[in-house]
Design a protein around this ligand. Sequence first.
Ligand SMILES: [Zn+2]
Length: 235
Amino acid sequence: MDALFRDDAYAQRCTATVVSVDERGIRLDRTVFYPTGGGQPGDSGVLRFDGGEIRIADTVKGDGGPDDVIHVPEDGAAPPAPGTAVEAVIDWERRHRHMRMHTALHLLCAVVPGSVTGGQIGADKSRLDFNVPAASLDKDAIAAAVNALIAADTTVGTRWITDEEMAAAPELVRTMSVKPPTGSGRVRLLDVEGVDLQPCGGTHVARTGEIGGIEVTKIENKGKQNRRVVIALKD
Ligand SMILES: [Zn+2]
């Protein structure tokens, strides 16, 4: 399966062929649909084909490795048969918000000291949990620091390293709860130039300026040494 979203987060559509259909959903030979993972929700969208179309409610990973992507149809929709040629189109507005949010969380990670214990991306709000002591985090100061990094309009890129290089550089892993996706021989690093560098398989915007500005809506105490920082996009 060709995971087109991995090389081009801006690809909104592609042609593809249905490989198989089972009770979980539809597998294609290639796709622009990002499957739920790394705190980022799976894409929704539509598969169009000769004679109809089917709404895709969610995209998830199967058991066949990182590139086993299952398109989950909306309830009751009849899927196209294996061999059918389709055009796969994601709900771009929703996905682009995920990309902006996801990139904003990398900046948040760079601004707040301490390791990350969890996180969740959403189109309307996102959060990261930090393992930091009782020292209080300041909402306005964090928002100002993140927005300064956004205003700097820094390049966001990816590069690949080998599993061995990854193993030799444990300091790259900021997120304790998510193991880097090793096993395929190589690991993708997300590089916000000079700001944040860590393994990540998600989709991001190409420059930080595209995030457009965030606010820190709340900081919650989630137990000893656990602070949850919640952000929203300004628009
Ligand atoms: Zn990321």
